[in-house]
Design a binder for this molecule. Structure first.
Ligand SMILES: [Mn+2]
Length: 386
């Protein structure tokens, strides 16, 4: 069985209020081309399809169009898509039935029945293998020993020694969470699951949630994060790709390679290396190529405070160029005696999404703003807007 492993598309993500629809459309086209070129038996998307639990109509439409275009081009490729912590589980499930008719399996939640019902729901039998598709699940709701039970059930069904794959959207012990604000033990409010427990008897574990592509150590290459195909944060300074996996039979070592995804508008931090004082950084920015579509973050070394016209100066430079200026990241030259967050300028504040303002406020008062709270806030905001 050959499949494409990807996750964390974050469709609908806006970067400092810039619309990224064109980039996402290009990204989806690249992924469809890779599936077709590789003649994959399946496409596995391990969660965080959308950036928000209430995605815009255009993001939803883009998703549906891309999946349909993939199905037309590769009618023999099964498509399995689980929900991540950013997705709305119920939104994933609403059209699960019609999607199934079209050869697309959408799994939003693990279900509420007994363990047998859950196993039946999550295990998908493909012509050349088995996939246990586990969406993001709050740990309190996760039945004990779910992964082991899935693995065991597949063993019972697997008379032909077909390969078995687990999809999961979670942090795993020992993962490298570079590019996330939190450390690897608790990213996005999710506690890391023990890698060995997760691996059980699966031939490959297609992980989502962590944005940096990586293999988990000491798992013989069986546990992997595909990472984001399109960067969603300036701190994701690594190559973006999807993972192509071939499994000959159950028990065989996976054959893996990655195919890089071109970033239509890369996220660039200036200067490269250590932050510099404002005037120096602005002159570096002036020399930045005019015709390079990209997003720009400036790392500025600040003594006391940033001059109020700094952001405006940066905007004026960007006006002459194809790049989109996003933010000045203030870094204090003398951090002694200064604690907590640097106050935002009015301009920066205007550019923040409401949820970011709330999460900053929560964190400043010592509250851990979890993904559940984020989802709840999104829903409240949405109901106020309609
Ligand atoms: Mn994600």
């Amino acid at each position: 069985m050959k499949f494409i492993h990807t996750s964390d598309w974050h469709l609908g993500h806006q970067l400092y209020n810039y619309d990224r629809s064109e980039e996402f459309a290009e990204m989806l086209e690249q992924i469809i081309n890779i599936v077709a070129d590789e003649k994959a038996d399946a496409l596995l998307v391990s969660g965080d399809v959308f950036h928000s639990s209430v995605p815009s109509l255009s993001a939803q439409r883009m998703f549906a169009d891309a999946v349909m275009s993939l199905r037309r081009r590769c009618p023999d490729t099964a498509v399995i898509i689980t929900a991540g912590n950013h997705d709305s589980a119920s939104r994933h499930e609403i059209f699960a039935e019609p999607w199934r008719e079209l050869g697309v399996t959408m799994i939003g939640h693990i279900g509420s029945g007994d363990i047998d019902e859950i196993l039946d729901r999550l295990i998908i039998r493909l012509p050349k293998g088995f996939v246990a598709a586990v969406p993001y699940c709050n740990e309190r709701m996760m039945p004990d020993g779910l992964f082991e039970a899935l693995s065991q059930r597949i063993t019972e069904l697997n008379n032909d020694r077909l390969p078995s794959v687990l999809m999961a959207h979670t942090a795993v012990s020992g993962c490298d969470a570079t590019g996330h604000k939190e450390d690897g033990r608790n990213v996005g409010g999710i506690d890391a699951i023990d890698a060995e427990r997760l691996a059980a008897d699966f031939d490959y574990v297609a992980l989502g949630h962590i944005h940096r592509p990586q293999v988990i150590n000491n798992t013989d290459g069986r546990l992997r994060y595909s990472g984001t195909p399109l960067a969603v944060s300036f701190d994701e300074e690594y190559e973006h790709s999807v993972t192509v996996v071939s499994l000959a039979t159950h028990g065989a070592e996976p054959e893996v390679h990655t195919v890089s995804v071109t970033q239509p508008r890369p996220l660039v931090t200036l200067p490269v290396g250590a932050p510099r004082p404002l005037e120096e950084v602005l002159s570096i920015f002036k020399r930045y190529p005019d015709s390079l579509p990209s997003y720009i973050r400036l790392n500025v070394l600040v003594d006391s405070f940033l001059p109020p016209d700094a952001t405006n100066k940066a905007r004026i430079i960007a006006d002459q160029k194809q790049c989109r200026f996003c933010i000045i990241n203030q870094i204090r030259s003398d951090s002694s005696g200064v604690s907590g967050q640097i106050p935002l300028t009015v301009e920066e504040f205007r550019n923040l999404e409401p949820v970011e303002i709330v999460s900053r406020y929560a964190e400043s008062t010592g509250i851990n703003f979890s993904d559940d709270m984020r989802t709840l806030f999104d829903e409240v905001l949405q109901s106020l807007n309609t």
